[in-house]
Design a binder for this molecule. Structure first.
Ligand SMILES: [Zn+2]
Length: 427
């Protein structure tokens, strides 16, 4: 490097430092930090280089800071959606659209859905497998990471792994038809090892297993256990070698227990969970993502959907038992978190309806907010960086106009979104 270029380089580096060292000061009427059980009033949060550097009532705002005054709004950590399917459809038969829409088309639609989720306050999203063949969400994550698009932080599974005839298979065609199922069909331990390795090879940083039957797929029963304990153990063991956790869709109590014994990190749904399963989850520190709103969504919003009559009937029939069961898990101290299970075509405000469901099941509003922020960050293994508004954390911060402790539906109307220190939505 010549002397001139070296000086140019040093000046450029200095200028870059100055440019990235902008300090932002957020002022708001209230702060819910994701950890404390009490909000703080009249708060200032200082952000520098994407990191929260000060939080409190008596913070000195540097003269050069850009001040964003949000008035009486409430600041919260960015919400974390722990169970999303942005490539899937909800307004018709998602298994049919899997067959009729290309992976490229679904990927573009998913990008749109994920950007809408970010704008609605969901700064991180865990994908619970997709009705897709070609790892579209992993491509979206790559494009976001490379700076081509703005979108939420993404993690999750390319596919949901299912047995032949399970919730990820297409079970309404004659035997002479051959199609690529919406899930990834896996039978036996050898196929399980191969499937887990392939998922990880193409960018899944979670493995998703359909351990029991499902509510939404045609012609299978959520009360049946599908994978054997041996198959689930092999999935966990194989994924663990790559530091990849496993999430297990399980409705029946037997399915939940089998998956928890095998060492999965989270149970999805857990509709018919019993006392023994709750004890086991508490002992092992297994997370529970009950996805409670989706049943009401189908009962009230899309009840005429002919392809989802099984989902609607099961949701109606099991709702009281399901809500009572999740209430028991909450009271027992199981780490119950927020995930919607909604598809990409659903209104982006709807995933926040999950908070009201958790409150109905027995959480306080503050507990529900912490479940969708700090506890979900812990589920993702990101608790050192995300989930709370505390000094040293990355600045994923949102604001709502009304006090969510009095009106939890305020979380459906997010007015301000900051992702990694950058403002992506402002009143
Ligand atoms: Zn799901």
């Amino acid at each position: 490097m010549s002397r001139t270029t070296r000086w140019q380089f040093i000046i450029l580096m200095f200028a870059t430092q100055l440019a990235t060292a902008e300090v932002i000061a957020l002022r708001a009427g209230q702060l819910i930090d994701g950890r404390s059980d009490r909000p703080i009033n009249n708060v200032i949060v200082l952000i520098e280089n994407a990191t929260i550097v000060a939080v409190g009532q008596d913070v000195d705002i540097p003269a050069a800071a850009r001040v964003i005054d949000l008035g009486s709004a409430t600041l919260l950590p960015g919400m974390i959606e722990a169970h999303a399917h942005p490539m899937m459809h909800d307004d018709n038969n998602y298994q049919y659209t899997h067959l009729s829409e290309s992976s490229a088309y679904k990927t573009l639609r998913s990008l749109h859905a994920l950007q809408a989720l970010l704008s609605a306050g969901w700064t991180s999203v865990r994908i619970a497998g997709e009705a897709d063949v070609y790892y579209g969400d992993q491509a979206i994550r790559q494009a976001i990471d490379e700076g081509y698009f703005t979108g939420p932080r993404l993690t999750g599974a390319g596919h949901y792994l299912s047995i032949t005839g399970g919730g990820g298979d297409i079970n309404y065609l004659s035997p002479e038809q051959s199609v690529v199922a919406d899930g990834y069909i896996v039978d036996g331990v050898a196929e399980m090892r191969r499937a887990v390795r392939r998922e990880i090879k193409f960018g899944s940083d979670w493995i998703k297993l359909l351990v029991t039957g499902a509510f939404m797929s045609a012609n299978d029963n959520p009360r049946n256990v599908h994978f054997s304990e041996e198959e689930v153990r092999v999935a966990v063991e194989e994924a663990r070698r790559f530091d990849v956790p496993v999430m297990a869709h399980a409705h029946s109590a037997e399915g939940v227990k089998l998956a928890v014994r095998a060492g999965v990190r989270s149970i999805e749904h857990g509709s018919f969970i019993d006392d023994e399963a709750i004890r086991l989850m508490k002992k092992n520190g297994t997370f529970l993502v009950p996805t409670m709103y989706i049943g009401d969504y189908y009962i009230h919003e899309v009840r005429d959907n002919p392809a989802q009559q099984k989902m609607i009937a099961l949701s109606r029939e099991t709702r009281p038992e399901f809500f009572a069961n999740i209430g028991k898990a909450i009271r027992a101290g199981v780490k119950v978190t927020v995930g919607s299970d909604l598809a990409g075509m659903t209104a982006p405000s709807y995933p926040a309806r999950e908070f009201a469901m958790l409150i109905e099941a027995g959480m306080t509003p503050m507990q529900a907010i912490q479940a969708g922020t700090r506890v979900n960050a812990e589920l993702l293994g990101w608790e050192d960086r995300l989930g709370t508004i505390e000094v040293g954390k990355l600045a994923d911060i949102i604001a709502v106009g009304n006090d969510p402790l009095n009106d939890i539906t305020a979380l459906e109307r997010v007015v301000f979104v900051m992702l990694n220190g950058e403002v992506v939505k402002q009143p």
